[in-house]
Write a protein that binds this ligand. Sequence first.
Ligand code: ADP
Ligand code: MG
Length: 222
Amino acid sequence: MIRIRNLHKTYTMGKNVLHVLKGIDLSIEQGEMVSIMGSSGSGKSTLLNVIGLLDAYGDGEYFLNDVLIKNLSESRSAHLRSRFFGFVFQAFNLISFKSALENVALPLYYQNISRKKRNRIALEYMEKMGIRDWAGHMPNELSGGQQQRVAIARAMISQPKVILADEPTGALDTETSYEVMDLFQKINAIGVTVVIVTHEHDIAARTGRTINLKDGTILSQG
Ligand code: ADP
Ligand code: MG
């Protein structure tokens, strides 16, 4: 599903060129659950953002379901992005002045689905994530684990083929981290591909294989 060949990415700041991804070769099959590990600054988030069509790359090739991702228009990449990917972040990224339910339902708003229908569907997803009782609460009334479940429900509501999670347990205690990982495993068990960036070995150990990044190159990939 994801096929990357000799991919490079640089950031240019004035006269300085920072070579962040240096010839990445990587394949991820549909239905896999993989982790990406590496120290801070090794290029994990950059790689995840390239995979999720949030960022462009330089040399090399990226095929998503055999479609070459190169020089796509913003509307084409937005379309592919919303069809393929759900995103989860370390800091949850919930909208603070909207209820948990409204946060989960938000992606459906952009699909022009009626409020009644989107609230019904959002409640179903909150039920699946074990947070239905918190639907009417505001994000600041929820624990970190509950907020991350809201964020995962929001990512799942548009039925993505791939969940991309950037250090999703980075702000959680160990027990809550494992609960969130249980949830990702359940999501993976229904056929969704899951890619998790982490720097915690015990989190990586709960995925099917680990891709190790160092200074923008892959050291090993399970
Ligand atoms: P990681 O997620 O592994 O910590 P990142 O992918 O965030 O690493 O960053 C890799 C390198 O690229 C770092 O040196 C970082 O400072 C740099 N970098 C990341 N994003 C940008 C950006 N938008 N502009 C310039 N440099 C960036
Ligand atoms: Mg990062």
